[in-house]
Design a protein around this ligand. Sequence first.
Ligand code: CA
Length: 255
Amino acid sequence: MVRSLIYVLLFLDKPSGKAERLLSKKNMLKAVLFDMDGVLYDSMGNHAVAWVQSMKKFGINMTADDAYATEGARGVDTIRYMVKQQQGRDITEEESQLMYDEKTRIFHSMPEAPIMPGILSLMEQIHAAGITIGVVTGSGQRPLINRILRDFGRFVSIDNITTAYDVKKGKPNPDPYLMGLRKAGNLQPSEAMVVENAPLGIRAGVAAGIYTIAVNTGPLDDQILLNAGANILFPTMTALSDAWPNLSEGQAPDR
Ligand code: CA
């Protein structure tokens, strides 16, 4: 309910300052940078299960809520933080990577997460307008990169995929999105938009100085995403895709 209320407030209360800023942004838009999990794929449920099960094996208590709250950060960073918090010790990146490998193993043993409804029609429109599409993810597993190319290869080239291994400091630092801008052709922050579903990812987009669209595809309250600094919020990817043509015609969406 809260989610749809915010959406209505943003678009029915005309002229909406936020919608107008979004419109003016689109005129100079050269790239849209998408997060992966929870944006391209409805994959966060699987990730949460894999996090809980894998960390339990190492004596780390991680809940599904923890998985959503830390979504977007580099997995190795999340693990080092939790080990420090719960066991009071510092572990090396290598040890953290071994634990993360177990999380990855469990994730890949689960059924493949579906493509997020609405994302293909949105990318189709962006691509048709000659705007570059990039993917910026805290994940680094090669199979996931291959899956992006398989499912979205019509729209995304491998040169425009930024992973955990392209940057030292992951989300919520701005580095991943700054790298995304560089890969998209050394663009300025004002020439791009970010599409994110998680608080840390939104903070990363905002810290990079990029207009950041939140799409709330998970269980968190809308307000958490808005508090992270999102410029605008949509309830689903389909809603963003549906709003896109109206925006490109220079009209505020009617709902
Ligand atoms: Ca995400």
